[in-house]
Design a protein around this ligand. Structure first.
Ligand SMILES: NC(=O)c1ccc[n+]([C@@H]2O[C@H](COP(=O)([O-])OP(=O)(O)OC[C@H]3O[C@@H](n4cnc5c(N)ncnc54)[C@H](O)[C@@H]3O)[C@@H](O)[C@H]2O)c1
Ligand SMILES: O=c1ccn([C@@H]2O[C@H](COP(=O)(O)OP(=O)(O)O[C@H]3O[C@H](CO)[C@@H](O)[C@H](O)[C@H]3O)[C@@H](O)[C@H]2O)c(=O)[nH]1
Length: 619
């Protein structure tokens, strides 16, 4: 094994502040974690803290944020983030659960298994300093976007929020608290945290860990319940390792120990950037090939399938389209680019920069193809964008390719650009378009609809910008069949939602088992029933004039789903009605499939011309 340079060991060691390699006042001797504070109630902080609380009923978990609206919504029946399955977890952890009994075997009416009642152990607050001061572990999960001005603009990470929180931690954290980087940060950030803490609290011991998050939008809850790995980086000192073990203990409540990897801090910080960069690179690679396919007559899906069966390559992340969006890929690749550039490795930086360039090329190439097919003019035409979120099953629209496409299409002065997204609230889309596009969004020709048929009525072209299953016109891939015989051991493995998870393995149902049973029963229930195990306590009441209640009532009327209850969430998604859409489109009817969800042969039967990424046209 290669030896680690002494300078690196020294710098990692220094993360246990004061260079301490001995235990300090017993604070890190046997760490008993009773209180966790997560700073940042966003897409990572909210779901991660909720799952930690759900799986560790004995730990008090408080999520703090300076954004009062976000915290108000987390404390209401309207969580600010839509993620399938999230509400079930929040309801139990935040509101507590009642004692309940049910049969230990599938399809029986017995009630030989009992789950005790549990008090609430998940809290949301704006009192950042106080909650940090009470915590044994402080998770920092604030936003770390790309800097858009100043030194490193366009590639360096904007550490404003992270640095601000480090300052508050330095002021309030109690001695011996373990500080955890949950945010994605540049490699060696832990050193900056250590320096800040040392400056503000000389002589006080803190351990700093890196514990990057790998959840993806739209599958966050499943990713958290059944993670491929948990990564924890620490100083290689006894106290650093103890701190890491304390965090391992929190995850070990539900994650098999062999999936919890411990490394040095720098490896952990860098591994997060590398994971995202390599995933983004795969998407850019297949997108570059899609351009070749369009010229040669090869079909990119067939090429992807043919190369993906090679286990050395694998079949994941090979779906060609209009490029990756989301708040992470671009910024994390650029984070790596900046790291390489500033370390005097311009060739490395340039290599990774190309991943982002190819992504923009994929999106712009497809947008130009739309304009070209429409005879290079959109004047007098209506164009519909289906999907505004950056990927399916999320309402997250950050860096969504749809937005840049709309911007380019607007330059062609269309009669109308209409938008429909099955997960995003129309009012929110309107606001976002306005904020992000500025004055060009005020030209009055952007309309956001609550259903697909109205959005597409009179359109010459329908553009699919997000891979929602709702937009497919062919049967969805068959769900896994229920296995015959007793179910396999579920620990650490995603259950088959169609199968009854009973009888449970081992000593009794785990929290994951109970959730799996809940999901199974919800899916089986003929009518809407969010609580088949009769475990939920009442949610907090909203005031009469609650803006979210009003919005939700309106959303139901306009027909897009926000996943307000699990009965709604776990049922198969309803497909949009392509027959009606085709009938009501303006001739020549075009569908531009930017996400590979359309079977063009079926669409051609409806009199629609189809252009798809990575293959030649069909009509
Ligand atoms: N979104 C994802 O899917 C994802 C996945 C893995 C990792 N990450 C990383 O996790 C981090 C958080 O991402 P996110 O998507 O949750 O961001 P987000 O913007 O949704 O949430 C960040 C929250 O931090 C709060 N905040 C900022 N400064 C604060 C301060 N000084 N005090 C208190 N609260 C403050 C903001 O108000 C916001 O609610 C980022 O580093 C991101 O790269 C994100
Ligand atoms: O074959 C594919 C797969 C994905 N995408 C696109 O790539 C983007 C990102 O998708 P995905 O990675 O599934 O979602 P994210 O929520 O951005 O999750 C990524 O970014 C997170 C934030 O760091 C990480 O935690 C996750 O592990 C990592 O997958 C989306 O626009 C997808 O449409 C494709 O175009 N083709």
């Amino acid at each position: 094994m290669a030896s680690i340079p002494a300078s690196v060991i020294d710098s990692v060691k220094s993360l246990g502040l004061n260079g301490s390699t001995k235990e300090t006042n017993g604070t890190l001797g046997d760490v008993v974690v009773k209180n966790i504070c997560c700073v940042g109630a966003g897409y990572v902080g909210g779901p991660t803290a909720s799952v930690i609380a759900y799986q560790n009923p004995h730990i008090r978990v408080t999520v703090v944020d300076r954004d009062q609206t976000r915290i108000r919504r987390w404390n209401s029946k309207h969580p600010p983030i839509y993620e399938p399955g999230l509400r079930d977890i929040v309801r139990i952890a935040r509101d507590g659960g009642r004692k309940t009994s049910f049969g230990s075997q599938a399809e029986t009416d017995g009630d030989d298994l009992t789950i005790s009642e549990r008090p609430a152990n998940l809290f949301f607050s704006t009192d950042v300093g106080k909650c940090i001061g009470e915590a044994d572990i402080v998770l920092v999960a604030v936003n770390t976007p790309t800097k858009y001005r100043g030194v490193g603009a366009g590639s360096a990470t904007d550490m404003t929020a992270f640095e601000a929180v480090t300052g508050v931690v330095a002021q309030y954290a109690r001695e011996g608290a373990i500080i955890v980087e949950k945010s994605t940060v540049p490699c060696r950030t832990a050193q900056l945290v250590a320096d800040t803490l040392a400056m503000h609290r000389p002589g006080v011991h803190f351990e700093i860990l890196s514990n990057p998050e790998f959840l993806a939008a739209g599958t966050a809850v499943n990713d958290l319940l059944y993670p491929d790995r948990i990564l924890i980086g620490s100083a290689p000192t006894p106290s650093g390792k103890k701190a890491a073990e304390a965090l391992v203990g929190v995850y070990a409540a539900w994650v098999p120990r062999e999936r919890i990897l411990t490394t040095n801090v720098w490896s952990s910080e860098l591994a997060k950037l590398v994971a995202n960069s390599m995933l983004a690179q795969r998407v850019s690679s297949i997108n570059s090939i899609s351009a070749v396919c369009e010229q040669t007559g090869a079909d990119v899906d067939e090429v992807a399938r043919a190369v993906g069966v090679d286990p050395r390559i694998g079949n994941k992340f090979l779906v060609a389209g209009i490029g990756f969006g989301g708040s992470c890929f671009k910024k994390d690749v650029l984070n790596l680019v900046y790291l390489a550039d500033t370390m005097g490795l311009p060739e490395v930086g340039e290599y990774w920069r190309q991943v982002v360039k190819m992504n923009e090329y994929a999106r712009d190439r497809f947008t130009n193809r739309i304009i070209k097919c429409l005879n290079n003019t959109l004047v007098g035409k209506k164009v519909t964008i289906l999907g505004f979120a950056f990927k399916k099953n999320t309402s997250d629209t950050r860096e969504a390719p749809a937005l840049e496409m709309i911007k380019t299409l607007l330059e062609e002065r269309p009669r109308e650009i209409s938008v429909f997204d099955p997960c995003c609230n129309p009012l929110v889309i309107k606001e976002e378009i306005k904020t992000l596009l500025g004055p060009i969004a005020d030209q009055g020709n952007i309309a956001v609809y609550g259903n697909a048929v109205d959005a597409c009525k009179g359109s010459t072209a329908v553009v699919i910008a997000t891979e929602f299953d709702e937009f497919r016109n062919q049967p969805a891939p068959a769900p896994p069949r229920a296995p015959v015989g007793p179910p396999p051991k579920l620990i650490g493995r995603k259950p088959n939602p169609k199968a009854d998870p009973r009888p449970f393995d081992g000593t009794g149902p785990t929290e994951n088992d109970i959730l799996a049973l809940h999901k199974h029963l919800v899916q089986r229930a003929g009518e809407d029933n969010d609580d088949p195990l009769d475990r939920y306590l009442a949610e907090p009441d909203c005031p009469e004039d609650c803006p979210d209640c009003i919005q939700h009532r309106e959303s139901k009327e306009t027909g897009f789903a926000t996943g307000m209850g699990s009965a709604e969430e776990y049922k198969p998604k309803e497909r949009i009605d392509w027959v009606s859409i085709a009938e009501n489109m303006a001739k020549p009817r075009w569908v531009f499939d930017g996400r590979g969800v359309i079977d063009s042969r079926e669409m051609v039967k409806l009199g629609v011309r189809v252009e798809s990424v990575g293959r030649q046209h069909a009509f």
